[in-house]
Design a protein around this ligand. Structure first.
Ligand code: ADP
Ligand code: MG
Ligand code: MG
Length: 883
């Protein structure tokens, strides 16, 4: 097997396409070398070797040593030097490099091959003693730290102490003799810590470093990082061994990093920093303040340190040329690492640069305009999830942050407001035109109105799928959940955070992007939805096949969703319309009546309100489809709880509080999620469905007249598992439709369909499709009922499941393709089989999740529906899925 791939001297055995085999760094070093760019020669030991190493009890195949020796000889031939030979010294770096860049892997070891003898040779050959001993001390420190496990703090202490004694401020102030002294102290420290001297044999050093890279693949940090970023363990890492070039050879040498475009704004200008007389990570380590690359950037930054353009004009010109060439070659913004040795430029790394969401948009749009990429590629370059950052106000990155706690970044955006501890207080605040942050231990369905009334939500308990998190994301409100270090005490009305005691009315800011809780208000940046954002969205719309609708029930949400490009409503949850103050009493009256006549009387009060709700939505969505779901939640969610509420309803119904309490008790359910809800309500109390159907049809007639475009309502029956349930409810709807048409003398086109949210419905989809004119996959409930897991209770153990590797992702966030997805696929196929052309959509939280959207495209759904703030994400993800 070939385990080792060489590069250098304008050639390479690998190329950029060999990322899986050579890792990102190795593949790009090979590519740059083949392009004829100045890359120090070297070789890459493959990721396959890493896999073999672990498969064989951490041993190497026998042929590895020979392949490494041959490749090292080749490096020697190209450089005219020999590894370990004081007469003509070759030094190397040993660099790790996985497929995906992975912090947590072993750090790079530079200057490998130095020892007490070769350092003298280096001093002699370079004519620069200070440089030679500076390199040796760096090597001892790095190698001891990353290979031998001697904590780097030991070395930092020694160096700080020496600098203080000699009155030096900067590392570069130390003389050769002073470094020699430091080196003696370093070596003594290593021997003290390890009980054996620092290794002098270059071969031992080399194999020690190679072994350390491969071992670091299984260190704790790397394992954690892989888990967090879904990187498979089987990928392995490569090792790159490369001839050293030196940025620390005095004033004509330097090291630096650059981006071909500005990674935070996307501006098409070279952006970066460098340090004269420095090596490796000195620039990022902040040992000295780095200098700007270009004069323009220097002037903008108001720096008095000269730019690279000024002090090293030739190397600068060469670098500008190469950076442009690399960007054109890779057709993407590059992140570059380089070193200048006595005026000569060397390239040490290139890769696609990380960027902010804003920069990603600008770069993609600019590159398409420059003709470097197609508009389709531009669309594919944007991570849909990153758009979330752009749709909400964010904290000005330059603003100081007074962080008093941290929780989970449950819903993006930042919000400032006065603390309130209950939903009623939030509503009072809003009534006074004040901004509130709702602070709760956790939230429940009763807090919906308070969440609506506040700017943002902070909870001290619950995960990313807790009630607060899910509802906030749906509403597009910033939310920080599970901020466990904060203490909320409802009784005393206090929030205790890091020694601060805050009360109702005190101002805090929450940052839903980072999970931070800050004291006071902070300057914000407003979202920018025109320009690059609009351009990408327009291109995405040209590409995608699936429609994107929104889940909305309030006019405000519906309007916002339309402005984000929603093409109709995929889910209008009518129950949310009943929580308003004047309606909840009528609703409770209806629920608590024990005879049909009384229920009908209460429903008659609700009818005009429902009708005007629907008419408004139809008007906002004029010309677009609107799917309205009949009442779904268990009735207990509407029941009066406090004495006061019970008294109000009793009065309205003209019954005693005692009788009302008995009725409330009778409605109690042990497991409401699986109880009397969904179409089961319509079967028990058809008058509820009839009232809703009437409101829908009358509103359709009204809105149709007003807007001039006929409304085609889609009525959706929830939680059907048995075909006859749908038959029963549909018959009631059809009757009402006929009545309204007769009364108004208008024909109404409408569709009746069902949610597929029970496994039985998926299994019987071909039969249900005989009555259903559309299916909408309610994947929230379908996930709950398929797994038999209640979402509200899942956060306590799903995270444990993730950590123990039992599940990879929370199935409530990203659709479980193997199980729930299989049911969706089956039901879609069966539905189409029974009713060709049946309309298919999805309306669970998953409708806004990019991975789930890919799946929806694959099974050929007609549309996805998601909360308003996720509409742009879904538009982009749907475009990427159909590309
Ligand atoms: P990371 O993966 O952390 O970026 P690298 O392997 O890129 O680590 O090494 C970090 C830095 O070390 C490089 O940016 C470069 O400045 C320096 N470096 C690595 N190899 C060499 C080399 N052969 N000659 C000079 N400097 C090197
Ligand atoms: Mg690097
Ligand atoms: Mg449901």
């Amino acid at each position: 097997t070939k385990w080792v791939y060489s590069f250098g001297d304008g050639k390479a055995e690998g190329s950029a396409g060999d990322r899986n085999l050579l890792g990102g760094k190795g593949a790009n070093l090979a590519e740059m070398s083949s392009l004829g760019l100045p890359v120090p020669p070297g070789f890459t030991i493959t990721t396959e070797l890493c896999t073999s190493y672990y498969a064989n009890g951490r041993t190497y195949p026998s042929e590895l040593a020979g392949q490494v020796a041959t490749a090292l000889d080749e490096v020697g031939r190209i450089t005219g030097k020999t590894f370990g030979d004081p007469a003509n010294l070759l030094l190397v770096s040993v660099r790790s490099g996985a497929r995906a860049s992975m912090p947590g892997m072993m750090d790079t070891v530079l200057n490998l091959g130095l020892n007490d003898e070769t350092v003298a040779a280096l001093a002699r050959d370079s004519g620069d003693e200070r440089f030679a001993y500076d390199s040796y001390r760096r090597f001892i420190q790095m190698y001891s730290d990353v290979v031998l496990g001697v904590d780097h703090e030991h070395f930092e202490e020694i160096l700080e102490d020496q600098k203080a004694r000699r009155g030096h401020e900067l590392d570069t102030d130390l003389s050769a003799a002073e470094w020699q002294h430091v080196i003696g102290l370093y070596k003594a420290k290593v021997e003290e810590e390890l009980g054996s001297p620092f290794p002098q044999d270059p071969q031992e050093q080399l194999w020690g470093a190679i072994g350390a890279v491969f071992s670091s693949w299984m260190n704790h940090r790397a394992i954690t990082y892989r888990r967090l970023h879904d990187i498979p363990e089987s990928w392995g890492t490569a090792v790159n061994v490369q001839a050293m070039v030196f940025g620390n050879m005095g004033e004509t040498s330097a090291t630096g990093v650059a981006f071909t475009r500005n990674p935070s704004t996307g501006e098409p200008k070279l952006y970066g920093e460098f340090l004269v007389n420095a090596q490796g990570e000195d620039v990022v380590a902040g040992i000295r303040t780095p200098q700007n690359l270009t004069e323009e950037a220097r002037i903008e930054a108001g720096s008095d340190k000269p730019s690279m353009e000024k002090v090293m004009p030739e190397a600068f010109a060469a670098f500008v040329d190469i950076s442009q060439r690399l960007e054109r070659h890779y057709r993407d913004m590059q992140d570059l690492e380089f070193t200048i040795e006595r005026g000569k430029l060397w390239m040490l790394q290139t890769r696609s640069g990380k960027r902010t969401a804003k920069a990603a948009l600008k770069i993609a749009v600019d590159m398409a305009a420059e003709g470097l990429i197609t508009t389709q590629e531009a669309v594919s370059r944007i991570d849909p999830a990153s758009l979330d950052q752009l749709l909400h106000p964010t904290i000005d990155p330059s603003a100081p942050r007074n962080v008093i706690g941290i929780g989970l970044p449950a819903s993006p955006g930042a919000a400032t407001g006065e603390i309130v501890f209950s939903s009623d207080e939030a509503e009072e605040m809003r009534a006074q035109n004040r901004k509130a942050i709702l602070v709760r231990i956790e939230t429940s369905p009763e807090d919906i109105h308070g969440m609506h009334a506040s700017e943002g939500i902070l909870t001290t308990r619950g995960g990313m799928t807790s009630h607060a998190a899910v509802v906030a994301r749906g509403m597009g409100k910033p939310c920080v959940s599970g901020a466990g270090s904060l203490r909320v005490d409802y009784r005393s009305g206090t929030l205790v955070a890091m020694g601060h005691t805050l009360r109702k009315g005190d101002v805090i800011t929450i940052d839903g992007a980072t999970g931070q809780v800050l004291k006071g208000s902070v300057p914000m940046l407003q979202p920018e939805l025109s320009g690059d954002f609009a351009a990408i969205m327009e291109w995405a719309d040209q590409i995608r096949r699936m429609k994107v609708r929104t889940n909305a029930e309030t006019p405000a949400d519906a309007r916002m969703a339309r402005s984000f490009g929603a093409e109709g409503i995929g889910l209008c949850r009518t129950e949310h319309m009943f929580f308003d103050d004047d309606r909840i009493v009528a609703m409770r009256e209806m629920i608590l009546s024990d005879v049909e006549k009384d229920r009908r009387a209460a429903l008659a009060k609700l009818l005009p309100m429902q009708r005007s709700d629907f008419a408004e939505l139809f008007e906002i969505m004029a010309g677009l489809p609107v799917t309205i779901r009949l009442l779904d939640p268990p009735l207990h969610e509407f029941l009066p709880k406090s004495e006061e509420e019970v008294a109000d309803v009793a009065k309205a119904m003209n019954v005693s509080a005692e009788k009302l309490r008995q009725r409330t008790e009778a409605l109690h359910e042990f497991n409401p999620m699986l109880g009397h809800r969904g179409c089961r309500l319509a079967v028990s109390y058809p008058e509820i469905a009839e009232m809703q159907a009437r409101a829908i049809f009358e509103a359709a007639v009204e809105a149709g007249k007003k807007t001039g475009s006929p409304v085609v309502p889609e009525i959706m029956v929830p939680l059907v598992g048995i075909m006859k349930e749908l038959d029963f409810v549909k018959a009631r709807i059809d009757e009402v439709a006929k009545a309204v048409m007769d009364e108004t003398g208008t024909t109404i086109d409408y569709l009746v369909g069902t949610m597929i949210e029970l496994p039985r419905a998926a299994i019987r989809a071909h039969v249900i499709a005989e009555a259903a004119e559309f299916f909408s996959f309610g994947t929230n409930d379908l996930t709950q009922t398929t797994f038999g897991i209640s979402r509200d209770d899942a956060s306590s153990f799903l995270e444990t499941y993730r950590q123990k590797g039992i599940i990879e992702q929370d199935p409530f966030i990203s659709l479980d393709l193997e199980g729930v997805g299989e049911l969706v696929r089956m039901a879609a196929d069966k539905g189409r089989g029974a009713r060709p052309g049946i309309k298919l959509g999805i309306c669970g939280e998953h409708g806004g999740d990019p991975a789930s959207i890919h799946f929806c495209e694959e099974v050929g759904l007609d549309y996805v529906s998601c909360s308003p703030f996720r509409v742009p994400i879904a538009r982009l993800a749907a475009a990427q899925a159909s590309a």
